[in-house]
Structure formats: C-alpha cells, structure tokens
Design a protein around this ligand. Structure first.
Ligand SMILES: [Zn+2]
Length: 102
C-alpha cells in the first residue's frame, strides 16, 4: 500500500512506523502515512499535528515509534544530504531499508 502510494504520488510521501522492539530489533506492526507539509517532490516535512496524533494513537495501543519512511522521486534511493543531517539530529541508529518502486 505504501509502495503504491509512493508510485502514484507527485510529491514525496512520508510516515511513521510503529511497533515493538524485540531483543533490540524493531518489529513494525503499523504503518501510518503523514501528510508532507512541504508538498515537494524534492523533500518532506511531516505535518506535525498529524504526526503527534499518530504517535498518541499508537501509544494508546502500546506501540512505540520504531522508524520513519519517505519516498524519493527525483533522486536515487539513497539517503540524501538532508536525510543524513536529519539522522544526526535524531541520533538515529536504525537500519536503512530501500525499496524500489519502479
Ligand atoms: Zn530522502
């Protein structure tokens, strides 16, 4: 479903991955799309109110935020400079997963 959305979208799509950590490994149980407030084909910013609502809903179900996702339309399926900066700011230590949609 996420891949289909990414394939059809004219802007980058983004969202949150919720689940549980089992022995340090994140297990994704729920994928929630969040609107890209930049409306850009070259970048994304999750709409903050929707992101917070998604996190609160997940926490009520006992799930935690285990990752984020976004699509690339006009650049290779590799982390961009902006992506790398974001990871440093968040102190991310997550594995990268790349999915080709075309
Ligand atoms: Zn990116």
């Amino acid at each position: 479903m996420v891949i289909e959305r990414a394939r059809k979208s004219k802007i980058e799509i983004c969202g949150l991955l919720f689940g549980r950590k089992s022995q340090g490994e994140p297990l994704v149980e729920e994928v929630v799309g969040v609107p890209n407030s930049l409306g850009s084909e070259m970048g994304f910013r999750m709409e903050p109110t929707e992101a917070i609502r998604a996190i609160e809903n997940a926490e009520r179900k006992g799930l935690e935020l285990v990752g984020i996702y976004h699509s690339h339309l006009r650049c290779p399926p590799l982390p961009s400079e902006k992506d790398a900066e974001g990871r440093v700011l968040r102190n991310d230590k997550v594995e990268e997963v790349r999915i080709k949609t075309t």
